[in-house]
Every structure is written in C-alpha cells, then in structure tokens.
Design a protein around this ligand. Sequence first.
Ligand code: 4AD
Ligand code: MG
Length: 461
Amino acid sequence: MVKVKELYRNAQDYEGQSVRLSGWIRTSRVSKSFGFIELNDGGFFKNAQIVFDESLENFQEVAKYHIATAITVEGTVVYTPDAKQPFEIKASEILLEGASSSDFPLQKKRHTFEYLRTIAHLRPRGNTYSAVFRVRSLAAFAIHKFFQERGFVYVHTPIITGSDAEGAGEMFHVSTLDPKNPPLTEAGDVDYTEDFFGKMANLTVSGQLNAEAYAMAFKDVYTFGPTFRAENSNTARHAAEFWMIEPEIAFADLKDNMKLAEDMLKYVISYVMEEAPEEMAFFNQFVDKTLLERLNFIVNSEFKRVTYTEAVELLEKSGKKFEYPVKWGSDLQTEHERYLTEEIFKMPIFVTDYPKEIKAFYMRQNEDGKTVAAMDCLVPGVGEIIGGSQREERMDVLMDRIKELGLHEEDYWWYLELRKYGGTKHAGYGLGFERLIMYITGMTNIRDVIPFPRTTGNAEF
Ligand code: 4AD
Ligand code: MG
C-alpha cells in the first residue's frame, strides 16, 4: 500500500508503476465515460487524484459513490510535473470498502466554525481541522523532542490529586459518593470529606508541585498532560480541560527559565513549519494572511523582556482607553496583554516581576518585598501563552506566605519538605498547549484546536 504523501514527495520515481491505496473520497466529478476522484488517505493533507473510466467493470457504481465513501484503488501512477498535482493515478480497479450516504454534512462548500463544532466527530475530515490536528500532533512531538534532546526526564504527574497547585480553588472534585445516597455530616450536609475513598480529591490544575519534587531528583524534568480548571470563563481562550507543558529546572533562576521558554517556542514553531509546509501554507491562505511572515520573524528575533512595573507605565502612557483601567497592583487583563504585545512591542514579550498579591504562593519573593520573580510570556493574537516563575526555595519565606494567604500548611507538608532536604534554587513554567496551537495556526478560538473541546457546558462528544 503506497502513501499519498510519498507519492507527492517522489512522484517521478513512481512513474508507470502500479500502486494500491485506500482512503476516503473527498470529491468526485463524473462525466459520461470518465471521472475524477480526490482521494484522501489520512496520511497527508493533500488528496491523490484518481482518474477512472468505462474500462472499469463497476464504472456505473463508482460514478455514484458519494463523498466520504471508503475505497481501495489499484492503478498506475502518471507523473504530471506541469499540472497542479505532481501525479495522478489511472485506476484499473476500485473496490468499495465502506459506503457513504448522500447527506454527508461536509460537502464542498465552506462551513462556519460554529457549525463544524456541532459535528466534532466529523470535522477532522475537512481541510481546516485536518490541518489543525496534524499540526497539533506534530507540535506535541516537537515538544518531547526538544526536552528529550536536552536530557530532560518526562514525569507523569498525577491527574487525581489532593493538592491545589495554584492555591486558587478552581478545581473539579473527584467523587466516589453515590449521588442518590451520599454520606452526611452530623448537621445533615453531604460529607465531601468522604469523596475519594475517604479523602478529598480533585482533578489537577497543574502538575507543577509534583514536577518540583522530581526536579530535586533529576534536575531537569517536564510534564505534558491534561489539566483541568473549574473556572466559568466562557471565552475564546479558556477551556475546562486543556493540556499543559510544564518544565521544571533546578539550579536555575528566572533568566534561565525565560531562555528555556523562548528556545522551546522557537524550536516547536520551526519544527512545525518544516514538517507541515502544506498545512502552514493553507493557514496562511485561508486563516491568517500574515501568519508565515509573522512566525518567520519570530523564530529569528529575540523576545522582549519588560517588568510588570514598566508594562503598567507603558500602558498608562499610551493614552489608550481600556475597558478595565490599568493600575499597579491589578492583574493585567487580556486587553492590556494584547495591547502590549500587539501594539507596543509588536512581538512576543516576557513580563516579569509581578506584584505578589496577584500571583501564586510558590513564587519567589524579590528583594523589594512587593514583587515576585514571575514571568508571563505574551504573544500577539493570543495574549498569555506561558506563566512561570522562579520558585520560593527558602522554607521560612514560603511558610510565611502560605500562612499569609490562609492556605493550610498541612496540605503542603511534602512540598515544604522539598526545601528541607537539599532544596535548591529552581524555576519552571507552564505553556498552555492549545494557546500555542492557536498561535501557530492563526485559529482564534480554543474550541477549534481541541479535538473534542471541554468548555463551559460542552461535553457532548
Ligand atoms: O498561568 P497558569 O495558571 O500557571 C500554572 O498553572 C503554573 N503552575 C505553571 C507552572 O509554572 N508550571 O497556567 C499556565 C498556562 C497559561 O499561561 C495558559 O497558556 C494556560 O496554561 N491556561 C489555559 N489554557 C486554556 N484554558 C484555560 N482555562 C487555561 N488556564 C491556563
Ligand atoms: Mg497565568
């Protein structure tokens, strides 16, 4: 069985050869005595053109095959260097593998992304999603490749966990309770402490704390897996279930952390552009006409670095009227982030040293007592794509912060012990995988870069 991708890449070598391939009909045009089928074999973004005529004994049936029909074709390769496609296949036999009915929803016309979301089980068969999910797969591989080449150990951090890594309380509870007959407290309320075989448990919001433990053994580690946030944010860039890449590096500070993040982003973007040129050309043509120019510029430029305090000053000085006013001490809103990266810097930036009040408990306090060694990476079109920091390795400072925030020291006992036994300077970050895919493809809604998105109220498929 030959692959369509292989035929595209080396069409000339196959001239005159007989081949066999299986796939699905994308389009079919038939006249009285001959016809053309665009066949997609699933292994490549582009289709193979199949030419067939009355010499086929089942010509009349083939002529009636609907879009999405699964077939196997035997035929001869004709090299066509001057045509749009470098080859076509003259069919000597076409076998029906799986019929399709005439009402297949993805006919040639263009559909809205909103409509296509309602048929999430069929949409990967159309061009846009076929390109998106191939890029998603390649980018995931590139991430592993990047870290593995640098000697990082891939750690599978738990999905079910007792700790709240962000201390923000946005967790889905995991329950073994019988909803019809739950255990009750003396006051008659449902006793959620019995949730997970006698313990409270949640779906992870981040693997960071576990990754920190492993960084203290392996030095350089990363996790890459699904994470969950029970925030009711119905926006184009939030999902309840999303994938996160979280490296953690020991004997490293915030600068090392930013360098790693920048190198990784450039590596993954370059890898995808090299390995998926057809898909990227498609996005550039149909989704965002400046995409390739922008990505090429980015892989060859240095990301800008700016402190939170400087960023606030720049926003204030800009004179721009924002929906939310900018004020030192408040978190940057999406509109501020986008203005910084799209209008002021016009490229990806790292914003560092945020006020400690708006950041998580584990971030390392700076000398000024007001800010922490945090870094967010913001990119044009998406906003925040990475959040990270140098971690607080000083036991006393960390304990004070946990108390100050009203968190329970006993919930973090093992995390605190990491500081007791050879706890060294270390740092890490979390990259939202879907936001990276949005950035690479130009797609503007997170629902269009997740195969079966889990956003507010959406768990149908
Ligand atoms: O900034 P966040 O919340 O950072 C952490 O979770 C840290 N523990 C990471 C670390 O230092 N190891 O999340 C990191 C990134 C964000 O920058 C964003 O790209 C993505 O995760 N993210 C989301 N993506 C989609 N939907 C959501 N609801 C997201 N929340 C965060
Ligand atoms: Mg963040």
